[in-house]
Each structure stands twice: as structure tokens, then as C-alpha cells.
Design a protein around this ligand. Sequence first.
Ligand code: PRP
Length: 206
Amino acid sequence: MLNIALPKGRLGEKVYSMFEEAGFDCPSIKENNRKLTFENSELGIRFFWVKPSDVAIYVERGAADIGVAGKDILLEYKPDVYELLDLKMGVCKMAVAAPANFRDNRSRALKVATKFANIAKEHYAGEGREIDIIHLNGSIELAPILGLSDVIVDIVETGRTLKENGLEVVEDVAPISARLIANKASTKFKSEIIDRITFALSKTVK
Ligand code: PRP
């Protein structure tokens, strides 16, 4: 059985549709219940839904052979997995944003609010800029509005959240989208089915 971890939620449903289109479906997944695992024994695959930020942990530890995770999570946690394919879904970017009138005062550390501390640290290390990380878990846009931080490092999709809160992108950090990832040992021991799935999915990437 090949175990496949999918991210719970709207992105996960779109990702499942790609698997379906690629011929790796599992009809019982559409039943309206609270089950978390779904098998297609003829194809030898089992899907399960996990919190999007947990997919990489399941795959790294081998509880899932393959899975779909956002590039944001891969950049932040650097799990020891292979990235097989860019699914070009959930496309957005990691960016630095600040109030429209922001001017950097280089005589002191820049206060950066973010959920992605490692990405932010790496970004500013590359610029040689000293920073003070303020780790938040959500509604990051509030931080500069209330004076908690100078800037934020966060995901920008449509840009609407920034605009409606008087913020704007100062710098792009990295392009983000959903990636097919694989456990390293699984790519050796289950290479045949993983290759077939990767190839079939690559044909459905729009
Ligand atoms: C994400 C991100 C931004 C917003 C960007 O938030 O942190 O707040 O989406 O989307 P937009 O550019 O289309 O407006 P999410 O909904 O994941 O919530 P949270 O970070 O506040 O938990």
C-alpha cells in the first residue's frame, strides 16, 4: 500500500482532484463522513487528510510515502524529503510588507513579525540586516499597524489583505506553490508506483 498525505481543506480538495484526473482516485473519499483515511485496494493506494503544515512531518518520518506540501513549509522547516513536482496550485509568494510610509532605520534592528521565522532570518542574513523576530501564529498584518513590528514576512496571494490594511509589498522573498514530496526511502522501495503517480500528475499540471 502506498500512503499519501493530503493537506486538509480547500487546497487539499483541489489536489485530490488532480490525483483523480491522473487516474489515482479513491471514490470513498467523497462520502460525507469524518473518516481520515481512504483506500483504493485495487490501485494499492491509501489517502489520508492531515493539517497542511503537518504533511512534511508524515512524509519525512515515512508514515506517508508521498504527500503534498506548500513550498512555504518546505522552506521554513527544511524537512529531509525529496521534492518531486511543482503542482502549480496554491500559487502565492512569500514577501516582506510594511505600511505605505515605511522607511527603514538602519541604526537599529528591524522588527519583523512572522509565522516563518527561519525564512525571515535567512532572507535578512542574506542582506546583512540585523533583525528582531516577533513570532506570531496568525493575523500577521496587525503587527505593523499596532506598532508591534516594522515589517512582516508573510504569504501574499491576491494582495487584498495587505491593501485593506494599508500595507504594501516591500520585497519579494520566494515564489510559493504546492509541491509533491516523497519520503527518501520510499523512492527506493516503492519507486515504480511513485514514478507512475509523479508522471501521471505531471500531465495534469496546468
Ligand atoms: C494568509 C496570509 C495573509 C493572507 C494573504 O492568511 O497570512 O494573511 O492569507 O492572502 P491575500 O493576499 O489573498 O489577501 P491565512 O488566511 O492563512 O490566515 P492567517 O495567516 O491569518 O492565519
